[in-house]
Design a protein around this ligand. Structure first.
Ligand SMILES: *Cc1c(COP(=O)(O)O)cnc(C)c1O
Length: 822
């Protein structure tokens, strides 16, 4: 029965009239507000509830399709999601943005003000979580049934404020204003066990089985957020788990008069999904993090088993119902958990269960840093997950036999491949578990995937070359072009037709317009309007006044030494010193915009933020550089702010040390909006440069192999310092105390560079300055710059996440995506 047909009820009708009535009904009946007393936030909630009806109506129909057709569905397991505000995205995807604007306009309410009220769910640290959200968007758009499973953190990534130039972390209160997008699925709850011990028992067929007797059981409750697709009836579901105490447990203690223990257990249980870990190396080995990972992964797999039963599938053919993607190693414990569920709870034979497991999982690696590969002390692991440790030993035992056959008498190789690290203290290696349990392993950009096979996963690549693949990341053009850059969207719609966000390959048709003076003028006007809007926002948030017609030179991303925000600062300060020395120095007017959060425990990253703000304090006041240099730290870089910043960037700073950035997606977002990139041959920069053409990209710096060679030969930063007078002058200036008024303030940064310089800033400094010189020259030729900007957009179509998702569907998941138009 088709319970709701989309356009015939007040709740889901799509005319302006209908939307207005539904909005007013929600304001009064759902929120209890009379229109005359409603705040902007009430307007937001009422509109969100209105749009939610449309979204949920689609979601339930989409879901039913999946059950009826019994197609293979995709489960995207990710400890992080960074969806950004939902409302505007749904309006676009549902095609009701204009009708909604009219509906509200008719009663004196401005849609943009309403949209600005939405708080975003900050359930991720940065690129990895944002990728997961782009993929759910694209899965819905290409009409693949999918669920993104994760954790409903009560407190997501901290809010960043800048106080006296320093980052101060505030608690994220994303749920405090209410969350109209989620549906608490009271009927969908899973029990997750922890601790205790295992026992063997004999079943009625005389088989020896294992039973896990936990010391604690926690309940996971499902909260669903539907994710619409662009012009598609399919919805993805983001299903996040919130931890709760299991009533029976605390009541038992309570009844025995042990009130404290009952309360303690309840608090412990609820703490599991309380807070997102900032990505900070110092948190390695934290028990709560392991528990979080197991918690959501176990809930997800149990839920998938429930859905198999619901759609009449067979547990013994689990892999025909589900393709499960591991977004990094955070959910890698799922390999052992699926084995446990199949063998212990569904009585499958080990070998059958193992075949299913390998066909089910695939693993996306996100890092080349050996020290960033997750591992857990065996002791800790065994105390939290005793049964999983046994299963991992079982997997390892059989796996190492296979290795011995392929590579006889190679103990060193065995030790490297083993799921257990036995050098000194023993650890469970999660990347190895993910590799062994998956049929496909992919990196996130061509260079990254190649380096993976040569470095951290070399032994697995030698054993199973056919498992390795690359899927270069992509970004959703709906959020990051159509919504973020309405001016550009208008031009694209006029030139390419209204459906362009669903098929970015059509961007290629812009190419001839790069030579059209009239089009170039319109292009510049759009870009200038974006920069004006950002300038206003900068003034509002920081008090700094910037000039919209200066070159907006932008580096926004997490603050990390490998991303080299401090290399950017060396350039800024070198320009400052050059102008001070020679007031006629040919420096084009630039506004340097930085943004990004530093992990709270990352000392140097926080110093780098302070170095940006101290540079701003110096430069922005100095009449000698007025009109030529401005430096801004834009606080609280998140998806919402990103949507304002990316479209206003003229120059995209992608200057990580080659071999360090797995892919990057900020690089794609900026180029897709018309920025030119200055960058190293790192991550997806390589492919972006290939796509847009070397002449439209400012390349500099060592290659990944030159980096390895330089490090192997004993890198000496001092030699660069001594031989380059501008570099020396710039570093000495930082060390002098001229910035921030305290010579000790940046001593740690200077010492780090002069005595070690692990990310080779000094080696790349001169090449970076030369490339920046070329940037300045091209900026001086406004027509040439604009052509290049147009060509960047025209040639970036391949970086839509729709393309990435189609590749996953074809080569990794073996599911059918809606074919692309071309
Ligand atoms: C795209 C994005 C990132 C990733 O940026 P990179 O430049 O690839 O590191 C991080 N945070 C937010 C909010 C983003 O939108």
């Amino acid at each position: 029965m088709n319970a709701i047909s989309p356009s015939n009820t007040i709740r889901t009708g799509t005319s302006a009239e209908n939307l207005r009535q539904a909005f007013l009904d929600n304001l009064v009946c759902a929120l209890g507000r009379l229109p005359n007393y409603a705040s902007a936030h009430d307007h937001y909630l009422a509109l969100a509830l209105t749009v939610r009806d449309h979204v949920v109506a689609r979601a339930v129909q989409s879901f039913e399709q999946g059950v009826v057709k019994m197609m293979r569905r995709v489960a995207y397991l990710s400890a992080e999601f960074l969806p950004g505000p939902h409302l505007a995205n749904h309006l676009l995807n549902l095609g009701i943005a204009e009708a909604t604007r009219e509906a509200l306009g008719g009663i004196g309410i401005d849609l943009d003000r309403v949209l600005a009220e939405e708080e975003e769910p900050g359930l991720g640290n940065g690129g990895l979580g944002r990728l997961a959200s782009c993929y759910l968007d694209s899965l819905a758009t290409v009409e693949v049934q999918s669920i993104g499973y994760g954790i409903r953190y009560e407190f997501g990534i901290f809010d960043q404020v800048i106080r006296d130039g320093w980052q101060v972390e505030g608690t994220d209160k994303w749920l405090s204003g209410g969350n109209p997008w989620e549906i608490h699925r009271l009927g969908i709850a899973k029990q997750v066990k922890f601790g205790g011990h295992t026992e063997t028992w004999t079943d009625d067929q005389g088989r020896t089985r294992v039973r896990w007797v936990p010391s604690i059981v926690i309940k996971g409750e499902a909260y669903d957020t539907p994710i619409t697709g662009y012009g598609s009836g399919t919805c993805s579901l983001m299903r996040l788990w919130k931890s709760e105490a299991v009533e029976s447990f605390d009541f038992e203690a309570f009844n025995h008069g042990d009130y404290d223990r009952a309360v303690e257990q309840k608090v412990d249980s609820e703490n599991l999904s309380k807070v997102l870990y900032p990505n900070d190396e110092l948190h390695r080995g934290k028990e709560l993090r392991l528990k979080q990972q197991f918690f959501f992964t176990s809930c997800a797999l149990q839920d998938m088993l429930r859905l198999v039963a619901m759609s009449g599938g067979k547990v013994a053919a689990f892999d025909e119902s589900w393709a499960v993607q591991l977004n990094d190693t955070h959910p890698a414990i799922g390999v052992a958990e699926l084995m446990r569920l199949l063998v212990d709870e569904h009585a499958l034979e080990w070998d059958d269960a193992w075949a299913i497991t390998q066909k089910t999982f695939s693993y996306t690696n996100h890092t080349l840093l050996p020290e960033a590969l997750e591992k857990w002390p065996v002791e800790l692991f065994g105390s939290v997950l005793p049964r999983h440790l046994e299963i991992i030993y079982g997997i390892n035992h059989r796996f190492l036999d296979e290795v011995r056959t392929a590579f006889p008498d190679d103990d060193a190789r065995l030790a490297r491949l083993s799921l257990i690290d036995e050098h000194g203290a023993r650890y469970v290696r999660m990347a190895n578990l993910a590799c062994v349990g998956s049929h496909k392993i992919n990196g996130v950009a061509a260079l990254h995937s190649e380096l993976l096979k040569k470095t951290v996963l070399a032994d697995f690549a030698a054993l199973w070359p056919e498992k390795f693949d690359n899927v270069t990341n992509g970004v959703t053009p709906r959020r990051f072009v159509a919504l973020a850059n309405p001016g550009l969207a208008g031009l694209l719609e006029r030139e390419l037709g209204a459906g362009w966000p669903g098929d970015l390959s059509c961007l290629g048709r812009l190419e001839p317009l790069a030579a059209d003076p009239g089009f170039r003028r319109e292009w510049r006007e759009v870009r200038l309007a974006n920069k004006r809007r950002l300038a206003a926002l900068i003034q509002e948030r920081t008090g700094i006044v910037v000039t919209p017609d200066s070159l907006f030179d932008v580096q926004v991303k997490r603050i990390h030494e490998y991303k080299r925000q401090h290399l950017n600062l060396l350039h800024v300060l070198s320009l400052y010193l050059s102008i001070k020395r020679d007031p006629d120095a040919g420096v084009v007017p630039r506004t340097f915009i930085f943004g990004g959060k530093a992990a709270p425990g990352y000392f140097l990253a926080k110093r780098i933020i302070r170095l940006v703000t101290a540079t701003g304090e110096l430069v922005n006041q100095d009449p000698d550089v007025a009109g030529r240099l401005k430096v801004v730290f834009f606080p609280d870089f998140n998806v919402k702010n990103a949507q304002h910043i990316y479209p206003a960037a003229d120059l995209s700073e992608q200057i990580s040390l080659a071999g360090m950035e797995a892919s990057g997606t900020g690089n794609m977002k900026m180029s897709l909006n018309g920025a030119l990139t200055i960058g190293t041959l790192d991550g997806a920069n390589v492919e972006i440069r290939d796509a847009v053409g070397a002449e439209n990209f400012f390349l500099f710096g060592l290659t990944a192999s030159e980096v390895s060679a330089l490090k192997a030969g004993g890198y000496q930063p001092q030699t660069y310092y001594e031989s380059d007078s501008l570099l020396r002058e710039t570093i000495d200036f930082i060390a002098s105390g001229a910035l921030g008024g305290d010579p000790d303030l940046f001593r740690p940064v200077v010492d780090n560079l002069l005595h070690g310089d692990p990310y080779l800033l000094l080696a790349d400094f001169r090449a970076y300055l030369d490339a920046q010189q070329r940037v300045g020259e091209l900026w001086g030729d406004s027509d040439a710059w604009t052509s290049s900007s147009i060509l960047n957009v025209a040639r970036m179509g391949r970086f839509s996440s729709d393309r990435s998702i189609r590749e996953y569907c074809e080569r990794i998941w073996n599911v059918n995506a809606k074919p692309s138009q071309t």
